[in-house]
Design a protein around this ligand. Structure first.
Ligand code: FES
Length: 655
């Protein structure tokens, strides 16, 4: 029943059971955001991606119809939330495919890569004598004041630090001075001080950020966080021995405002957008901190530092720095270096004495998460000539060794996270993550995350599907399906020719799951961007792919990639797989090292200075490399001899 124009309407969202009042013209997506309810919105609400599917249970919606919705969808009450408004009070269901299921969130790597996992070794830090966290707790037993010794409390502490630990050049901030008299006398001048060491190597410059009565040196904990565009992961560390006590991850609370950084920046440019983006990022981090503290039975007060690594835009948004110029040529960030700050100053629910250390960035599109990956993977001190690739919504590439480093970023687009793919989804439960095909019957063999009924296709699934279709001659090198194959799996669908991966009656999606030629085109564009990025950077420094002695793969997609499939379709150049190492979440690994070693934290500054950034859009050859890579595996088959031989691509003739 529609309400009078201007009258408030109420939208009840299921399954969250949250009701919100909306004003005229407010879309269902805006209402959901207001209510803090997540609806996928890859395109940020501009009506393009079709991911914000909702079901009208009761009431009437205006709009919300698009070419992406089939007759069956429309008859079933399915609408797009970003273009639909409530005509009156209504009840809206958010289907699982439009929500965010946490199954599939992981910082791990695929089981098949475990033997090649590169992990730094705490003992290595100890042996090198550099295991010394930037924030360290020291126990002091101070002489009590007496008629012959009436030195001021602060001087007494500073004196004791020199006498007992040869520590000098101490600054004691006001909040610590304010509690000094009381704390010194609580346990008879036996205290634990927390020292924050300077980044730059110099005499002094230490900050005494906290003082506690008694001996608390065994309770010194730190946090590390990777702020990604899609996901945020955190770990709680024991700073005395470097052990990871707990780890947790979730989708970045900003995700409802678009899957890529550009949409986030556009929203941050609106009057209240920047504050909202900062609030959503720190909100997700705070929820994860609560979870980590609870699971490790650590008290919030015992956290002395948090190291954060994020891409440049995510770091700007978390600090509420205006990201406006990052998305416009010449792509200028406000800063690439960020001062140590009190964690509470950016809305983190951590004690006053807790210091937040943010990884510096190199450029607008090579951020602190990649710098942390370069540190964590040991690339910055490697002898071997190394290629480091972190594949997510963006692909960041670093080439070099301990002598020199160059880097670049290329936008692969959302395909590897399911964006722009008809039945694409993030790597969550029910996603087809691996695929093969029976070459005779052309029947599919799907493997899903969690072995759940299939509900969609994630990035690693998409890769193996295209590789198998190519290698079995079902699609040609331009990604087009052969029209002469006799199979019920192949047919003309609503948006072109398609292959049926899972029938409605056998999957968990409630509709057929297919891959279309348009999907394969989007995949080819995404893989071409990555291949072209690698090839261009390698050639810009006068090298050939064969000169690379080590290849390190990182990131959500990189950690589960099927390397043979990636080479078969020309996403990765043909390389000797024995040279490949996996680091899982490189940003977290580098953050851990920096949280445990002030020496490494100092190296970060020097390493960033050594990283030369290339803006690929300004490199002429990038465009040519990209166009040449818009085929499977490539226009020039001599670059992919193994793939060509394996798939008899010669037979399939040039594109
Ligand atoms: S179509 Fe609605 S968010 Fe993209």
């Amino acid at each position: 029943m529609s309400s009078a124009e201007g009258a408030p309407r109420r939208i009840a969202f299921l399954p969250d059971e949250v009701t919100v009042e909306v004003t005229t013209g407010e879309t269902v997506l805006q209402a959901a955001r207001k209510a803090g309810i997540h609806i996928n919105a890859s395109c940020g609400g501009s009506g393009v991606c079709g991911k914000c599917r909702i079901i009208v249970r009761e009431g009437e919606l205006r709009g919300g119809i698009s070419a992406k919705l089939s007759e069956t969808d429309l008859a079933g009450g399915i609408r797009q939330a970003c273009t639909a408004t409530a005509a009156g009070d209504c009840v809206i269901i958010i289907p699982a495919e439009s929500g965010r299921s946490r199954g599939g969130l992981t910082t791990g790597i695929a089981e098949r890569h475990r033997a090649k996992l590169h992990e730094y070794d705490i003992e290595e830090l100890r042996r090198a004598g550099i295991f010394q966290p930037p924030l360290e707790k020291l126990f002091l037993e101070l002489p009590r004041p007496s008629p012959v010794d009436n030195m001021a409390d602060a001087k007494r502490v500073v004196q004791a630090l020199w006498n007992q630990y040869r520590e000098r050049g101490m600054t004691i901030p006001l909040p610590v001075l304010r509690k000094l008299r009381r704390v010194l006398r609580e346990d008879d001048f036996r205290v634990t001080v927390t020292l924050a060491r300077p980044v730059k190597k110099k005499t002094g410059g230490n900050y005494l950020v906290n003082i506690q009565a008694g001996n608390w040196t065994r309770r010194n904990f730190g946090l590390v966080f990777d702020i990604g565009t899609t996901t945020i992961y955190g770990q709680l560390l024991d700073l005395n021995n470097g052990r990871i006590l707990a780890g947790a991850g979730d989708y970045n609370g900003q995700i409802g405002f678009g899957e890529d950084v550009i949409n986030r920046i556009i929203f941050a440019e609106t009057p209240t957008g920047l504050a909202k983006m900062a609030e959503l990022a720190t909100g997700t981090i705070n929820a994860l901190i609560n979870d980590l503290l609870h699971r490790a039975a650590v008290d919030r007060d015992e956290i002395t530092s948090i190291t954060i690594a994020g891409n440049t835009t995510m770091t700007h948004l978390a600090l509420a720095l205006e990201p406006h110029s990052i998305r416009r040529a010449p792509y200028v960030p406000v800063s690439t270096f960020f001062p140590p700050i009190r964690a509470g100053d950016i809305g983190l629910d951590l004690p006053l004495h807790c210091v937040a250390l943010l990884f510096p960035a190199v450029s607008s599109y090579v951020g602190g998460d990649i710098v942390a990956g370069v540190m964590g993977s040991g690339l910055y001190r490697a002898e071997a000539l190394t290629l480091y690739v972190d594949i997510g919504t963006n692909a960041e590439i670093v080439i070099g060794n301990r002598e020199w480093l160059v880097c670049a970023a290329c936008s692969a687009g959302p395909a590897f996270e399911g964006g722009g793919i008809t039945h694409g989804m993030r790597a969550a439960e029910g996603a087809i993550s691996d695929f093969d095909i029976n070459p005779d019957s052309l029947e599919p063999m799907n493997l899903t995350i969690g072995n759940m009924p299939a509900v969609g296709i994630c990035g690693s699934g998409l890769l193996t599907i295209v590789a198998a279709l190519l290698e079995n001659g079902i699609i040609d090198r331009s990604g087009k399906f052969r029209r002469d194959l006799d199979s019920t799996r192949l047919s003309e669908g609503r948006s072109g020719y398609e292959y049926l991966l899972a029938r409605r009656e056998e999957n968990g999606a409630g509709h057929d799951i297919v891959i279309t030629e348009v999907d394969i085109e989007n995949f080819i564009r995404a893989k071409a961007a990555i291949y072209a990025g690698i090839k261009t950077l390698v050639e810009e420094v006068g090298l050939r792919i064969g000169d690379l002695e080590q290849i390190i793969l990182a990131g959500a997609f990189g950690s589960f990639i099927d390397l043979d499939a990636a080479m078969a379709v020309g996403l990765m150049p043909e390389i000797d797989t024995d040279k490949v190492r996996y680091v899982g979440n490189g940003a977290l690994m580098g953050s851990r090292m920096s949280e445990l070693s002030n020496h490494i934290r100092r190296d970060v500054v020097e390493v960033v200075g050594r990283m030369t950034s290339f803006e690929l859009s300004e490199v002429n050859s990038f465009k040519d490399q990209y166009i040449a890579a818009l085929f499977l595996p490539h226009t020039d088959l001599s670059l992919f001899p193994a793939a060509a031989a394996r798939a008899d691509l010669q037979e399939k003739g040039p594109p």
